[in-house]
Structures are given as structure tokens and as C-alpha cells.
Design a binder for this molecule. Sequence first.
Ligand SMILES: Cc1cc2nc3c(=O)[nH]c(=O)nc-3n(C[C@H](O)[C@H](O)[C@H](O)COP(=O)(O)OP(=O)(O)OC[C@H]3O[C@@H](n4cnc5c(N)ncnc54)[C@H](O)[C@@H]3O)c2cc1C
Length: 471
Amino acid sequence: MEKETRCYDVAVIGGGPGGLPAALEAARHGARVLLAEKNGYLGGNLTIGLPLLGYLDKDGNRIVGGIAQEFADELARRGAAGPHTWCPLHNSVTIYDHEAFKIMALQRCLEAGVDLLFHTQVLQAEAEDGRLKSVVLFGKSRRIEVRARVFIDATGDGDLACMAGASYEKGEGDRRAVQPATQMCALGGVNLEQTISYLEEHPEQMELPESMAIYPGYDPAYLRANAKYHVLVGMRGIFRELRDRGELPVDRDTMIYITSLIPGRVHINCTRHLRVDGSDMLDLTRAEIEGQLQNYALVDVLRRHVPGFGGCYLERVFPFVGVRESRRFKGTARLTGEAVESGLVGADAVGLGGYIIDIHDGSGAGTVIRKVPPYGLPYGMACSAEIENLMFSGRCASMDRTALSSARVMPTLMVLAQGAGLGAALAAGRGISPGAVDTASLRAILEREQAILSPAGAAGGAGAGSPAGRA
Ligand SMILES: Cc1cc2nc3c(=O)[nH]c(=O)nc-3n(C[C@H](O)[C@H](O)[C@H](O)COP(=O)(O)OP(=O)(O)OC[C@H]3O[C@@H](n4cnc5c(N)ncnc54)[C@H](O)[C@@H]3O)c2cc1C
């Protein structure tokens, strides 16, 4: 096996919403940056058929700017994204082309001079005296020792931070009491006109349980008005009946589909894999097997029972199971559920979140949804409290479970990632730890880069039909 050593200012491990903007931002600020990714492409969960949730707050104001908005604008310019569309349930839905995203992400990284390593995973981390000295990466035929002034763990599960010995929480008491994992798939041949017409005749199929505290207006008329860009959470009557008869191959009583930019194609978010620890390869293997088989079986059931899906076919099962929650590390600040629900925006905020609290129960009991005001993402949630040159970006950042259920959406994590990447570049340039970076100067730079740092700075562009759009 070939061995080599490489030196960087900033090394980012993981190229999803937590890693990609971090690498880009650090490189744009002159840092020598490595981005190492285990897949052969960039994006992580940005490539598994999900919509972007979280650009608009509960009143329909845009609270996400910076690189996350730059991505949405660039995709729209390429005809590969719809607008941020108001939704009474999710606040907003942004539908985009996942393949176009991969290419755009790659182009942006190459333009910024980010060094890319694909098919690469972390093997080992060596920490000494509260500092991460080096990290060993491995892939086919190679073992690369990386030395960096700052390391950013953006693996989702915090694989690097865990190897470095940083402390973390997982679940609540039981490490597997985490939100369920889901294997996404894409279906072609769907006639959504028929589906919406059916729902217009059967609006009760869109009734949601009381645990989901959403705005009024999530109904067939909303789907009709936003036929191209919506997420359906419904068909509970049909799903329940099928489940009671033992004919439903998935463990849930609600169908979720997401429209796509391709006519006749929808993305399905329906499998639910309980007690999957996303940082454990055995659990992941079980979830992949269940997910692929369940999606295959589900197609037949949808064909026979869901109006508009009679001619549908399985286009693809997305390449890996989606993990909602695993390790959460200890930062110099922690985003809490209370801060989220009270809309706390501290002087150290690198941007805003505002997506609903959205907890899919770990035991399969259902989903809890609550609207929240915009809240700040404290810079310290990305800075390790224990290892001075280690940062976390993405869902492994320092948060409690309630806060994670809101801040986990991809635009919000991209906001945090831009702040983390800038902090890392400034720290590397000044020879200080990321935790010692002056947040006032950091925020001033982010503001110049169109980041939205307070609700007062929220941009226009309120979605039609949203409370702000109606005002
Ligand atoms: C089923 C499901 C539905 C969701 N729905 C939505 C939605 O509709 N809209 C929304 O905005 N958000 C949604 N989310 C939340 C969102 O997708 C995640 O919270 C978010 O993607 C987490 O970002 P991340 O960068 O931390 O992790 P990821 O997106 O998982 O990215 C991590 C990256 O690191 C790489 N990696 C992992 N381990 C290693 C390693 N050891 N070495 C090298 N590379 C590694 C991975 O390949 C990946 O590219 C959903 C999540 C799930 C699971």
C-alpha cells in the first residue's frame, strides 16, 4: 500500500451539506483545503432525492443566504431548481435536480482550488495534548496521512471526532433510540394530476394527526396551486387500511412523496428503519437490505392502491440509506431545543435556522411537528470543547435532540458549514484555534457574503400564500 503525507490549512472530511460549503468557504478565503469524501461524488444527502427544506421561516421570509442561497440561485439559473415555495407544513420546499447539484458542487470546488479525494475514508486519528496531530485516510492502494491546522468533521456521524476521542451523545439513554433511517427511491410513470384530483374528492386523505401542529391550508387546493413543487404527507386512510390488512411493506401510516423537475417522476420517502445506529456498519447493512426490498415491494402496492400511481415504475433506489440522527459532539456552545423554540439569536450567530421541530419517533410511534421562530446558529456549536483544532459541521455538531430535529435540514446545515469554513480559514491564517476566532469579525465577513444573521435581515422573496406573502 502506497503511503504519503500531505499538509493543509484545513482538512474537511465528508462532502455533504456540512462539508461542502465549509471547504468552499475556507478555500475562497485563501486556505489550502482538502475535502475527502467516501463516495465518488459530492453532496451526501443532497443527492438522495430530498427537497431542500428551511430556506423560508414559518412566516415565509427567507432566512438563509450566503453559499446555500448561491447554490439555489445557480441551480435555478441552470434550470435545475424551482423557487423556494411556501408550504403550510414544512414552511418551504425547494425542488431541485440532484444530478445537476453534484456537477455544480464539483465545479465550484474545482474553481475554488479545493483538493478533492474521493473513495476515501478516515482510518485513524492521532490526538495529543488536546490537539489533533494527524489523520490517516485510506482508499484503494493508498494510505494518506493528513496534517492540518484545522480539521472539520463533516461525516454526519462524526467518525473523525469519535476516533480522535471527542465526547458525544447519541440517542437518549439508549444509543439506538434515534430518529429512524429511510431509504429513498424515485418512481417514474406517476400521474400527479390524477393524484391531486383524487385528493380533491377525498380531502380526508390529507388530514394529519394532532401531534403535527401545522398551519391551516395544507390541503388539496394547496397541492393544486403548487402542483410542480410540493411534498405530500398524506394518504393516511389508504396506508392505514393496507397496514391493518398486513399488505403494507413499510412500517408507517403516511405516504410521503416529493415532486421532481422531471414530469411523471416523484421521490418516495416511505421506508422507516427503527433502531438503526448510522455509525454502525451492521445496522447500516440491515437498513440497506430492508430499504431496498421494501421500496421494491412498495411500488407494487402503490400501483394497485394509490390513484395516479397505477402506471408507476421503480426508476432507482438512491445509493445509500439516509440517516437522520447519530452522534452529537460537545462544542464550546450548544444549540438547545429551548433556544430553538424561543427564537434565541445570540451575538455569536453565524446564521439562522427556522425549520419546524420535526421529530420522527425512534420507536415508530409517529411524528411530532411544531413551528418555531427563526433562531441563531451559535458559532461555538461547530468548535470542539475538547480538541482545539477540531470542528464539527453538519448533523454531528453540538446540539440536543430537539434542536437537531429542526437544524438538521440541509440549507440550515449549509449556513453553519459556511460559518465553520470561514472560522477554520481565519484560525489557520492567524495560527489560533477556531474557538479563539473573534465572532464579530467573522460575522462582518459573513454579512458581506450575503449571510442572513438576524431575523431583521431576513430577505424578501416570501412564498405566495405564506403569511408574509399575504401581508
Ligand atoms: C430520510 C431523510 C429525510 C430527510 N429529509 C430532508 C428534507 O426533506 N430536506 C432537508 O433539507 N433535509 C432533510 N433531511 C436531513 C438532512 O438530509 C441531513 O440532516 C443532512 O444531510 C446532514 O448533513 P451532513 O453533511 O451532516 O451529513 P450527510 O448529508 O450524510 O453528509 C456526510 C458526507 O460525509 C461522507 N462520509 C461519511 N462518513 C465518512 C467517512 N468516514 N469518511 C469520508 N467521508 C464520509 C458521506 O459520504 C457524505 O457525503 C433528511 C434526512 C434523512 C435521513
